[in-house]
Write a protein that binds this ligand. Structure first.
Ligand SMILES: *[C@@H]1O[C@H](CO)[C@@H](O)[C@H](O)[C@H]1NC(C)=O
Ligand SMILES: *[C@@H]1O[C@H](CO)[C@@H](O)[C@H](O)[C@H]1NC(C)=O
Ligand SMILES: *[C@@H]1O[C@H](CO)[C@@H](O)[C@H](O)[C@H]1NC(C)=O
Ligand SMILES: *[C@@H]1O[C@H](CO)[C@@H](O)[C@H](O)[C@H]1NC(C)=O
Ligand SMILES: *[C@@H]1O[C@H](CO)[C@@H](O)[C@H](O)[C@H]1NC(C)=O
Ligand SMILES: *[C@@H]1O[C@H](CO)[C@@H](O)[C@H](O)[C@H]1NC(C)=O
Length: 774
């Protein structure tokens, strides 16, 4: 024995005999596997179904079931009954199903009055077929199970006129001593199942022309002694050709040689059989070589395999599955093949399969999953002549596509292409069937979908999960795309315009990607929020931030960023605009309204107000005669007399002018000091002239009276003209100090500002003085 090869070709439905137990009036009693040695006596009279199988019952008598007048189904299989007297059931008029299989029956006595539908006597110890004349009366019989070690035509005759749906015939040892090859020809059944003895070389001589049989099942076929050992079996098969009704053939448990096996297949090929099922094949290579040579193993394979391929490829069937075998090749059928569906998954097929094959023109589905395919270009070429191919599955191979190699001439009929688990890269998008609707490319090595990909207008479903894509594809080239699966890629910043581009999208699955939660993602998240949640599969659970670290694991739905912080241009424009407005305003205020001047005035005003509150007014009011003393230079006397004094006196402010309120007999300085002491405030009209000529009059006095001390508020400085710092004599450091403290009022050149100037001045000196003192 050189090799064991196990494969299955599936096409057939094995007829199952079902027992209808659904009737509500049924009363089931199950006493199986109870170790019984007799039929139990305590059964309910209502029993309709009795199961006493798998016990040690050796006898069945009339009294055992006499009272069970309603019994319909009786199962006594797997017991030890040796002798059956069928008349024991004569009082069970309802009985229609009797299973006596797997007993030790060798004898049967028939005085039958029961009309059974199902009678199973298979797997017993009968020598001859247990068919009595009375069986001919069972007009309802649909199933008959038999067992025998010898077949005689005469024994079949009583039932030849019955139309039995299925006959099961179990042939036991020792078989074949008294053979009648034509013994089974009178079986009138659609479905025949013959079980040959196990572990025994097949040398039965039977006429296989069962004229009524449509469904034939043969179990336990062993012919391994030499290639001719199978001739008996092959003869049976050869005769099957004479039965045009035969459509289904099942072979179970075949143990044979390669040559015989191939001949079996060939034989079947020449019949009318539509559904051919072989299960459990053990093929042994008994070679004609004298010397055993292990390298011949390849020959063992190659000879029978090529023959098998030829047989397979030329089979006159629509569906063929050969899966899980070491099959390395499959030939192109020699003429136009009726194959519609071929499943060769999980074999060892290479790119050479169906090369230049023009005879698979009606093939619709081809499955080459899990083989040894390597070059996509060759597979593309393979499909070229398959004019009806709609579905191709070439997943789990090692396919790659080299753009420079070969023409990309897919068959135009292809609608669904499965390419998962290969090693395809971006280039695959340059070679896809033009009318493809469903494309599965998951678990490949795609990094991006090229922009210049030829458009696939019919593409509806695209699966590119488990690749290395960094962005969602736009639908420019896939105008009908409705389902996109792109989870588990490297998409970090999906394009926000995806939903705009892909208007027809019904479902997108893009979770488990390493999303970068930065400004760029905002728009995408917003767009996702706008489409219905059924469209986005796995939302929100499988959509999480991966970067930056602070957002890691945050669901995308909870990721928010403000518009301003994300839009640099907007931010710059906003800041710029605000700065500009401020600058313009400040400039305008400074240039046209002299803001600094106003500021100083307002400042003075508030200081004055503040101080006024702290002065013990009552005392002042008693001792003072004047509101203010005014000192000025002769040069400025015109302004003082025409502007200042009239303006203040108009408001009932009393002014002390040293030349007007002159006290005779006192020096000028004494008069000045007299004036200062009687006045609430001292106003100095500052100008370059004043500083240079008049200030000296006061310096000494002020120093003496300590009027320059911090917080002194008796002085009001009016700056009539600007005084450059450098013309103030350096000895007047007090004056300099006063002026740098901004404690002076500036005389405005513009008339419009003068109102504020006067108001400010008046506020500084206005105090209610007692009239009496004057
Ligand atoms: C043959 O098998 C097919 C598929 O299993 C089934 O549909 C058909 O009914 C069978 N034909 C007969 C005659 O049993
Ligand atoms: C009878 O009992 C046997 C053993 O428990 C079980 O396998 C079989 O299905 C039963 N038959 C019916 C018809 O219930
Ligand atoms: C069996 O079937 C044939 C044709 O289908 C019919 O002529 C014959 O009467 C049937 N016999 C019985 C016993 O039903
Ligand atoms: C076995 O058979 C092969 C092919 O016929 C041959 O090339 C090889 O030499 C043989 N080996 C031995 C050991 O005879
Ligand atoms: C062939 O197989 C396909 C897929 O399993 C099935 O749909 C079809 O009905 C089968 N055809 C026949 C003739 O059995
Ligand atoms: C590509 O197709 C052209 C024309 O159909 C053919 O001449 C050429 O040989 C093909 N090239 C390959 C590498 O198949």
């Amino acid at each position: 024995m050189i090799s064991i090869f196990h494969f299955v070709i599936i096409f057939m439905l094995i007829l199952e005999i079902r027992i209808q137990l659904s009737d509500e009036s049924e009363f089931l009693v199950d006493r199986s596997k109870k170790g019984l040695i007799h039929v139990p006596k305590d059964l309910s009279l209502k029993t309709t179904i009795l199961n006493i199988s798998h016990n040690y019952i050796s006898e069945i008598q009339t009294s055992d079931i006499l009272s069970l007048s309603k019994l319909r189904i009786l199962i006594i299989s797997h017991n030890r009954i040796q002798h059956l007297v069928i008349s024991v059931f004569k009082f069970s008029q309802e009985l229609e199903y009797l299973d006596l299989s797997h007993n030790k029956l060798g004898k049967i006595s028939c005085h039958l009055t029961v009309n059974l539908k199902h009678l199973d006597l298979s797997f017993n110890a009968f020598d001859a077929l247990p068919i009595c004349k009375e069986f001919g009366d069972m007009s309802q019989l649909k199933f008959l199970g038999l067992s025998a070690t010898q077949l005689e035509k005469s024994r079949v005759l009583p039932i030849a006129h019955l139309n039995i749906s299925k006959i099961l015939l179990v042939l036991g040892e020792p078989f074949g001593e008294k053979e009648d090859p034509e013994s089974l020809q009178d079986f009138n059944t659609e479905s025949l199942h013959i079980v040959f003895p196990m572990k025994k070389e097949f040398h039965f001589i039977l006429d296989g022309s069962f004229s009524t049989v449509m469904n034939l099942e043969l179990s336990n076929i062993k012919c391994v002694l030499d290639d001719n050992a199978c001739s008996c079996f092959l003869n049976i098969l050869a005769e099957l050709q004479t039965n045009p009704r035969l459509s289904n053939l099942t072979l179970n448990n075949i143990e044979t040689t390669w040559n015989s096996f191939i001949r079996i297949l060939q034989m079947v090929w020449h019949t009318t059989i539509e559904y051919f099922l072989i299960s459990n094949v053990k093929v042994e290579g008994q070679l004609d070589f004298r010397d055993f040579n292990y390298s011949v193993v390849t020959h063992v394979f190659s000879f029978p395999q090529s023959a098998i391929y030829k047989i397979f490829s030329n089979m006159n069937i629509q569906n063929l599955t050969v899966s899980g075998t070491p099959m390395m090749h499959m030939l192109c059928p020699s003429q136009i093949s009726p194959f519609l569906y071929l499943d060769f998954s999980n074999n060892l097929l290479t790119d050479m399969v169906f090369e230049n094959c023009g005879s698979l023109t009606v093939l619709e589905t081809l499955i080459l999953q899990k083989n040894q395919l390597k070059e996509l270009a060759k597979i593309v070429h393979m499909t070229k002549e398959m004019k009806s191919l709609q579905q191709l599955d070439i997943s789990q191979n090692s396919l790659r596509y080299d753009e420079n190699e070969g023409n990309c001439s897919w068959t135009k009929s292809l609608l669904s292409l499965n390419l998962p688990s290969n090693i395809l890269t971006d280039s695959v998008f340059r070679c896809l069937p033009p009318r493809i609707k469903v494309l599965d490319l998951h678990s490949n090595r795609i990094e991006s979908i090229p922009k210049d990909v030829t458009s696939l207008e019919a593409l509806q479903e695209l699966n590119v999960a488990l690749n290395s894509l960094t962005d969602l594809p736009g639908c420019g080239a896939f105008s009908s795309l409705s389902v996109l699966i792109i989870d588990r890629n490297s998409v970090s910043q999906p394009s926000a315009d995806f939903f705009q581009s892909c208007q027809k999208i019904r479902s997108i699955k893009a979770g488990n990607n390493p999303f970068q939660c930065t400004c760029e993602l905002r728009e995408f998240v917003k767009n996702i929020g706008q489409v219905s949640s059924e469209v986005v599969e796995g939302w929100p659970d499988s959509y999480k931030c991966d970067y930056p670290e602070s957002y890691k694991g945050t669901p995308l739905k909870d990721f928010h960023m403000s518009a301003l912080s994300c839009n640099t241009a907007l931010l710059m424009v906003t800041i710029g605009a605000i700065t500009l407005v401020l600058a313009v305003t400040v400039t305008f205020l400074c240039i046209y309204l002299d803001l600094p001047w106003y500021l100083r005035m307002v400042c003075q005003w508030t200081q004055t107000r503040h101080r006024a509150r702290n002065i013990p007014l009552e005392e002042l009011q008693r001792t003072l005669q004047f509101h203010a003393f005014i000192s000025y230079s002769e040069h400025d006397s015109a302004w003082v007399k025409n502007e200042l004094v009239p303006c203040l006196e108009k408001e009932d402010i009393r002014i002390c002018l040293h030349e007007r309120n002159f006290v005779a007999g006192k020096s000028i300085v004494e008069n000045i000091i007299n004036c200062i002491e009687k006045s609430y405030k001292s106003i100095f009209v500052l100008s370059p002239h004043f500083v240079q000529s008049e200030w000296c009059h006061y310096e000494l006095y002020f120093a003496h009276h300590n009027l320059f001390r911090e917080g002194s508020d008796n002085l009001i400085l009016i700056l009539l003209e600007p005084i450059p710092q450098n013309i103030i004599p350096s000895k007047y450091h007090k004056l300099k100090a006063l002026m740098t403290q901004w404690t002076y009022l500036e005389w405005p050149k513009e008339k419009s500002k003068r109102g504020l100037f006067w108001a400010n001045l008046r506020a500084a000196i206005n105090i209610k003085l007692e009239q009496a003192k004057e």
